[in-house]
Structure formats: C-alpha cells, structure tokens
Design a protein around this ligand. Structure first.
Ligand code: 6OG
Length: 214
C-alpha cells in the first residue's frame, strides 16, 4: 500500500470512528497538547473514539468535556477525514467547530489546553494532515480528506471536491457495474456505508499489538 489509489474506497471500513472539535473564538482556536492515546505528545483538537451507540456529535462534546472540563457551544459538523495507515489500522474522524465554550478550559490527565491565534497555528507540532484541512475549518469551508500514513509520516493525501453529505437513494445503481457509476455516486454510497458505523470491519489485517499504543 503506497498511495491512496491502492485503496478500494468503495469497500473501505474504518477500524475506529472518532471525532475532533475546534472552538474558534476571538481569532483564537482551542487546541490541546495530548497526553495519551493516538498522537500523544502532539498538539491537536480535543476528541477521541466513539463509544458504542454514540453519535459523532455526542462523542465530540463528551471528549471535550473529559479532556478540558468545558462544554462547547452549539458545535456544527465541519468535515470528515479518512485515515488509512500502512500497517492496516484505519480511522474515520468527524470534525466539528464551535463558536465558544462555557468556561475556561482546564488541564486534565488527558490534555493541556492551548489557545492559538488562528494565524499562528503550531502546525509543526501537529499531525501532518492538519495544515491541509484546518485552514478550511478556520475559514468555515466544508472539507473531506483522505490520507495514507506510515506511522507519523503522511505518504499520500487527497482533498475530495465535494464535502461529505447524506447519501441519496440510488435506485438505478444496482443495475450498473461499479465502473459504470459516476465518481460522485461511488463516493456517496461509500459514505452511506461509513455512516452505518460498522466498527472493526477493516478490509486489511489489523495488528492488535499496535492497539496498545493507540
Ligand atoms: P484517542 O486515541 O484519543 O482517539 N487522530 C488524528 N488527528 C489528526 N489531526 N490527524 C490524524 O492523522 C489523526 N489520527 C487520529 C482523532 C484518537 C484521536 O486522534 C485523532 C481522535 O481525536 C493521522 O481515543
């Protein structure tokens, strides 16, 4: 697996579903120095993996409360990120944005809060993909990105032309082969399957020994 084109995105199933949430207020964005979990040591937004039966929005709010002891105000969906790692792990991240939070964020066992100016985001200390899509979130533009990582190294990336949206019924699609379908139809049906949130259904083998680190 060397590039995104090696991946069958129509049948891609993430091992994990997760969230990120960014409070943007007064030309500043609320970030965290993450103390544990996937990406420990890096700067990121608050967020984490969905619990069984939990919606992405509920997860984003819960994780922000757990990590920073503050509740985001009226979060809205901003974009989606699909990450494939070459070792077989994969994670689909729903990203939210909020205009405020109800009290000043506090350090916890999981995270240290950092308010960064929107024109001085510390990308050098963040995952490599962030500098591609976080500017879109800050400009309130929807986004949908796909990324291939080898550990911390971003091997390939692609921003799709259309933001994810609810899949529309495709009554005629089943009569055609996949190659006859348009790219947007294929993308929409893939998103529909992702929206069902089937966890642990990766097409590629997942090395569970790595899960400890994650
Ligand atoms: P926990 O281990 O905290 O859930 N995450 C990523 N975030 C960015 N910006 N880039 C990536 O590139 C990421 N991969 C994972 C999503 C994992 C958290 O880490 C985020 C979740 O908030 C590879 O339970």
């Amino acid at each position: 697996m060397q590039s995104l084109s090696d991946i069958d995105w129509d049948n891609w199933r993430p091992v994990d579903l997760a969230t990120l949430l960014f409070v943007v207020r007064d030309e500043q964005v609320l970030l965290i120095r993450k103390k544990r979990g996937l990406g420990a040591g890096k700067i990121n937004g608050p967020g984490g993996r969905l619990e069984p039966g939990e919606s992405p929005l509920d997860c984003a709010v819960r994780e922000t409360e757990e990590e920073l002891v503050t509740t985001p105000t009226s979060p809205v969906a901003s974009g989606e990120l699909q990450f494939q790692f070459v070792d077989g792990y994969s994670i689909h991240v729903h990203v939210f944005r909020a205009g405020d939070c109800d009290r000043e964020p506090r350090e916890t066992a999981e995270a240290i809060p950092i308010w960064a100016r929107v024109d001085a985001v510390p990308y050098d200390e963040m995952w490599a993909d962030d500098r591609i899509w976080l500017p879109l979130l800050l400009r309130e533009e929807p986004f949908h990105g796909r990324f291939l990582f080898d550990d911390d190294l971003m091997v390939d990336h692609e921003m799709l032309p259309h933001p994810p949206r609810a899949a529309v019924p495709e009554p005629t699609v089943s009569k055609r082969t996949a190659s006859e379908r348009t790219a947007s139809e294929r993308a929409a049906s893939g998103r529909e399957r992702l929206a069902t949130g089937r966890r642990g259904m990766s097409e590629t083998p997942f090395d569970s020994s790595r899960e400890q680190q994650r």
